[in-house]
Design a protein around this ligand. Structure first.
Ligand code: NAP
Length: 350
């Protein structure tokens, strides 16, 4: 493991230098890996592992878009593509990549397919940490492990194809075979992780649920709406409000943050922008801090889990979700966004 100084705290990380693909192949040479669920994470992890020379089969219920996607990606019914139960029964590593609500629904059937010494793998601590609510309680004679890519399944694949990789956290919850850690790291490398950092199932799920409800998605959309609405209320045109709120961020400033950090982005703005941002940053931090406290408490208390399980497993979930997404899509702000994006020079050229 490499020791890296993260802003004053030393942490151990695993890269392909410490754990090579060759070693991963060696650790997994006698394993059959079943990807249960071919949704968003399933395809990225399955295809990367297959390309890395690991024996991969897919378990996906028939009939829907995910099944068709697996067929299109070259998995063959009866050979490398099966029902979730059949794939789980044939495998020694069961990568449980159904939606988190789907994991609860399918659990009794998958549990019945686990054999002594199998590895049950998750990409989220959700089902295990909230086991009282999900009912996902693995038998004691299997390894229970986690590799959680820190990004969308789509990026897991696109980063792999462009030769980079996505960072993932890893954890061992239960080590029955004594091989749980080497299996975890081998699988982490095989799915195409750029580097792997250690976590626990609980830390992974608490930080992940907070992050996506917070800065990554919920907070981001909320503060964008607040600023856009304010500018519109004061008579700014939709194009001006959108450009000042979203387009300048996504097309310019956040790219500088990604390249070299927030300080560097500040250092490369006008002095007027710098002064104002430095003066207002702490006020925004203090304004949202109580909301973040409420959010973390809700995550830790299992309230977010209760909502996810109840709402996402309702039979009309997809229709209701589509209605909510349509409200965002059809809002003036995001319609203005569509117009702004269509004017980007590279899109006009097409
Ligand atoms: N999305 C991401 O990029 C991401 C990132 C990091 C970690 N993760 C974690 O990875 C895991 C998989 O997430 P995901 O986003 O890839 O899931 P997803 O896209 O929502 O996957 C849905 C999959 O689950 C199946 N499914 C759902 N309910 C089912 C049920 N009741 N019975 C049988 N199959 C069912 C779907 O089949 P149908 O298509 O037939 O409905 C599909 O194969 C989760 O633990 C998630 O937290 C996801």
């Amino acid at each position: 493991m490499a020791k890296i100084n993260f802003g004053g705290t030393w942490e151990e990380v695993v890269t392909s230098e410490e754990f090579s693909l060759k070693k991963a192949r060696d650790v997994l040479k006698n394993e059959t890996v079943a990807i249960i669920g071919y949704g968003v994470q399933g395809p990225g992890q399955a295809l990367n592992m297959k390309d890395n020379g690991i024996r991969v089969i897919v378990g996906q219920r028939e009939g829907g878009d995910s099944w068709n996607k697996a067929l299109k990606d070259g998995f063959v019914p009866g050979d490398t593509l099966f029902s979730p139960e059949d794939a789980a029964g044939k495998a020694t590593v069961i990568q449980y990549l159904l939606s988190d609500a789907g994991q609860t629904t399918m659990w009794q059937k998958i549990k019945a397919c686990l054999n002594e010494g199998d590895a049950l793998y998750f990409s989220h601590g959700f089902s295990i940490v909230y086991k009282e609510q999900t009912g996902v309680i693995p038998p004691p004679n299997v390894d229970v492990i986690l590799v959680a890519p820190k990004g969308s399944g789509r990026t897991v694949r696109t980063n792999f194809l462009d030769g980079s990789g996505i960072n993932s956290s890893y954890a061992v919850f239960q080590d029955y075979t004594g091989r749980a850690m080497e299996r975890t790291l081998a699988l982490g490398v095989a799915i195409g992780s750029g580097y792997l950092f250690h976590t626990t199932f609980a830390k992974e799920v608490y930080s992940d649920l907070t992050g996506e409800r917070g800065v990554l998605m919920g907070c981001l959309a909320g503060v964008m709406e607040a600023q856009y609405d304010l500018l519109r209320k004061h008579g700014h045109s939709p194009s001006e409000a959108f450009n000042e709120t979203v387009e300048e961020l996504t097309q310019s400033l956040i790219r500088l943050v990604a390249e070299n950090g927030m300080d560097w982005m500040y250092a490369n703005c006008s002095t007027t922008a710098q002064r104002g941002a430095l003066d207002w940053k702490d006020r925004f931090r203090d304004a949202v801090a109580p909301v973040f406290t409420e959010l973390y408490n809700s995550v830790a208390a299992g309230k977010e889990t209760e909502i996810v399980l109840r709402v996402n497993s309702a039979p009309d979930y997809r229709e209701k979700l589509q209605k909510e997404l349509d409200v965002i899509k059809n809002s003036e702000m995001w319609q203005a966004g569509a117009a702004v994006r269509s004017l980007r020079p590279e899109r006009r050229k097409k």
